[in-house]
Design a protein around this ligand. Structure first.
Ligand code: NAI
Length: 308
């Protein structure tokens, strides 16, 4: 199993590290535009192999896409990240050009690859890859909901004073502060609805804290987060590589599901060797449907700014 990660920055390197530590891939290729940067990250990571006990080979390259040839999965993290006070949407202009050229170079060398898009604004970047590459829709996946759901579970566990492994919950919708739809109604602690333990007011607070999860970290770190994003990407890569048939909320091209079409937005999908193997349609409440529809409108407004 060969995986390419474009962008050897904070998120790219973190996801390469988690993939290597999980030891399911034979090779990870890191690509960056900054001279020597991906090579340096790859060498540093390889020097952790004997310490962390993995056999995955990690190589780096400054823009030589021939080294990525035959990749089963390609992850796009290249582009700029937001600084404190910025929204993800403000990155669109610069990142669209980068994502478009990177995806075309990847497909030239790995025509059968599955692409995972991470660069922000992620839902719009995922749509851009669909529009410009013509790959089948099961092979283009946007990563956002896996991260947002992990942040939701963290906030739920905090409010419940429970171990995170006892908590389940999911965030669908657009990967933006306003667009996220944390499904508090369906969240559980050991199969018991969390509403049995938490007041409506406390649940609303959990929801708000989840939605600004990325912005809170950007404020603290001065730049956007990388551990949880990297771990979330590695989870998606592993689900595909190991044909796990796991359900993750991912940005997928919709064609009538949830009453939406011609956009990519976060919905639960089954991930396996074919990428998105199916989209799971859950029964939403009227309020959740309304929130998802508003989120979809915002994504579509962003998509309209793309020069395709
Ligand atoms: P970073 O600045 O640490 O790394 C980005 C890397 O991309 C840099 O090393 C840069 O040299 C490289 N790059 C730029 N243009 C390139 C090109 N044409 N070809 C190859 N490499 C190129 O940024 P970070 O923190 O790793 O974030 C990366 C992206 O991921 C950002 O757009 C950020 O907003 C997004 N992100 C998305 C998340 C999600 O849940 N979807 C979560 C966290 C970040």
């Amino acid at each position: 199993m060969k995986v390419t990660v474009v962008g050897a920055g904070a998120v790219g390197a973190s996801c390469a590290e988690y993939i290597a530590i999980k030891n399911f891939a034979s090779e990870v290729v890191l690509v960056d535009i900054k001279e020597g940067f991906a090579e340096g990250k790859a060498m540093d990571l390889m020097q952790t192999a004997s310490l962390n006990g993995f056999d995955t080979k990690i190589v780096g390259t400054t823009g030589d896409y021939s080294k990525t040839a035959g990749s089963d999965i390609c992850v796009i993290t290249s582009g700029i990240a937001r600084k404190p006070g910025m929204s993800r949407d403000e990155l669109l202009g610069i990142n669209a050009g980068i994502v478009k050229s990177v995806s075309s170079s990847l497909i030239e060398h790995s025509p059968n690859t599955i692409i995972i898009v991470v660069s922000n604004p992620m839902d719009t970047m995922t749509y851009l890859v669909h529009k410009t590459t013509g790959l089948p829709k099961n092979r283009i996946i946007g990563m956002g909901g896996a991260l947002d759901s992990a942040r939701f579970k963290y906030r739920l566990a905090e409010a419940l004073e429970a171990p995170i492994s006892d908590v389940d919950g999911m965030v669908i919708g657009g990967h933006s502060d306003k667009g996220m739809v944390p499904l508090t109604r369906l969240a559980t602690r050991n199969s018991v609805p969390v509403s049995e333990f938490l007041s409506e007011e406390r649940l609303e607070q959990v929801k708000q804290d989840t939605k600004v999860g990325g912005a809170t970290l950007t404020g603290l770190l001065g730049t956007s987060a990388w551990y949880a994003p990297g771990a979330a990407v590695s989870g998606l890569v592993q689900a595909i590589a190991c044909d796990q048939k796991k359900i993750y909320p991912c940005s997928a091209l919709l064609d009538g599901e949830y009453g939406l079409s011609d956009l990519c937005i976060g919905v639960p999908v089954v991930l396996g060797r074919n990428g998105i193997e199916s989209i799971v349609e859950i029964n939403l409440s009227d309020a959740e449907k309304e929130h998802l529809a508003a989120s979809a409108d915002a994504v579509k407004t962003n998509n309209a700014n793309l020069e395709l």
